[in-house]
Design a binder for this molecule. Structure first.
Ligand code: IZC
Ligand code: ZN
Length: 413
């Protein structure tokens, strides 16, 4: 027998429409249905109605949810996280209070490298259990799909261990995962001062193994001062592209050293951060059809400026907003706070922000045919909010307003 769920008394159902990147004017185009209902069968949306009408077949629903006049949106998609890691880095707070910057801490062997040591030391089971708890809480906050990067192994064994954990989380947890190989996240201690040789090692040894074991669809690199320069990034990304990986780039997080320009030139799927990206870098992104995955909580936590989102939208670049959850530059996976910052700091409208955390984020993880919008035939991933409208979700902060979360047609929160 098929499973049928009816969600009724939806005050407003708000969603972007379509399975494509929303850019320019379309970034802010949302369908809004008042007094709506959604019928779900075997995990898929089979009907959506508005104006108080009920879908045909609603009476045969075996489960009913009364939204009591609340807002319903697609499940949120977090298109940039580093959520599988050992330990935390709370000791960096004191270093920051004494004036050390993110890159100072990394250059002194801490930061990412501190997490690398802790991730190498952690068992696969420990990482899995910790990842599960994090995903449980993300789900409670309305996130139904998450991209997860490796990059805290920086050796063959630990990178594969991290990616196996991502796969197991995706197989067993309600939150769907999309794995990204970020072996070029930092130069490991064994290769100190030999970044070119480390890039060579990744290309020759690690990338082919990740591909063979089908542990990631995308390859990413931290293109940044003191980490990997544009030439090294080009070498790795070109090799990855030849192996069939989609490309993502940590670009211009702190300094504009050519990451965005490279992402545009190579036609990367995404360029992420873009805090320091100027007009020329943005022009390259627009020309390459690259999604800008912006991470406002990181600007907040590093006390930096904010990416020029309005300039990018004006150039027709599709903007996604993600959390960047990681133990250093952003120890928060609160995508609702990122949405608030999207309005306040990027000057994006709530409608543009919704597209940024749903349809454009779905495109950024290559899952746009299944998730990211509420439409007939799409997976039933949605959030019933403890709010009457999207404005409320964007306006309030520091509280979790996700009330009921449905993943694949199952009530999971
Ligand atoms: O662990 O610091 N920026 N990678 C690039 C990060 C932040 C994560 C970290
Ligand atoms: Zn990141």
């Amino acid at each position: 027998m098929s499973r049928r769920m009816l969600i009724k008394n939806i005050g407003v159902l708000q969603t972007p429409i379509g399975s494509h990147k929303h850019c320019g004017e379309a970034q802010g185009e949302n369908l809004k249905l008042q007094n709506a209902a959604v019928l779900i069968e075997d995990g898929l949306i089979v009907d959506i109605t508005g104006d108080g009408e009920l879908p045909r077949g609603a009476e045969r629903a075996t489960m009913m949810i009364n939204a009591n006049g609340s807002l319903v949106t697609p499940g949120l998609i977090d298109a940039h996280t580093h959520l599988v890691f050992g330990g935390w880095r709370q000791h960096e707070l004191a270093m920051k209070l004494h004036g050390a910057t993110y890159l100072d801490i990394l250059a002194a062997g801490g930061g990412i490298l501190d997490t690398v040591a802790k991730t190498r030391a952690a068992s696969e089971e420990e990482l899995y259990q910790k990842g599960t708890r994090i995903l449980d809480d993300m789900l409670r906050h309305g996130v139904t799909t998450a991209e997860i990067k490796s990059g805290y192994g920086l050796d063959l064994e630990t990178e594969l261990k991290q990616l196996r954990v991502v796969k197991r989380l995706g197989d067993l947890h309600p939150v769907a995962t999309s794995a990204t190989f970020l072996g070029a996240h930092a130069v490991p201690p064994e290769y100190k001062g030999r970044a070119d040789e480390y890039i060579e090692f990744i290309i020759e040894t690690v990338l082919p193994e990740v591909k063979k074991q089908r542990l990631a669809k995308a390859c990413d690199i931290f293109c940044e001062t003191g980490v990997f320069d544009a030439a090294q990034s080009r070498r790795l990304l070109t090799a990855a592209q030849e192996l069939g990986f989609r490309l993502r780039v940590h670009a211009d997080e702190i300094d504009e050293i050519g990451g965005a320009a490279l992402a545009g030139e190579l036609g990367a799927l995404t360029a992420e951060h873009l805090i320091a990206t100027g007009e020329a870098g943005a022009d390259a992104l627009a020309a390459g059809g690259v999604i800008a995955a912006l991470l406002p909580q990181t600007s907040f936590y590093l006390d930096k400026t904010y990416a020029a989102a309005r300039m990018m939208i004006g150039k027709g670049i599709p903007v996604a907003i993600a959390s960047d959850f990681n133990p250093g530059s952003c120890p928060s996976y609160d995508l609702q706070f990122a949405m608030t910052l999207g309005c306040l700091k990027y000057k994006m409208t709530p409608e543009e922000v919704l597209s940024a955390v749903t349809v454009n984020a779905a495109c950024a993880v290559g899952m746009e045919s299944r998730v990211g919008t509420l439409e007939i035939g799409k997976q039933a991933d949605l959030v019933v909010w403890d709010a009457p409208d999207l404005e409320t979700v964007c306006y309030r902060f520091g509280v979790n307003l996700a009330h009921i979360v449905i993943k694949n047609g199952e009530k999971v929160v």
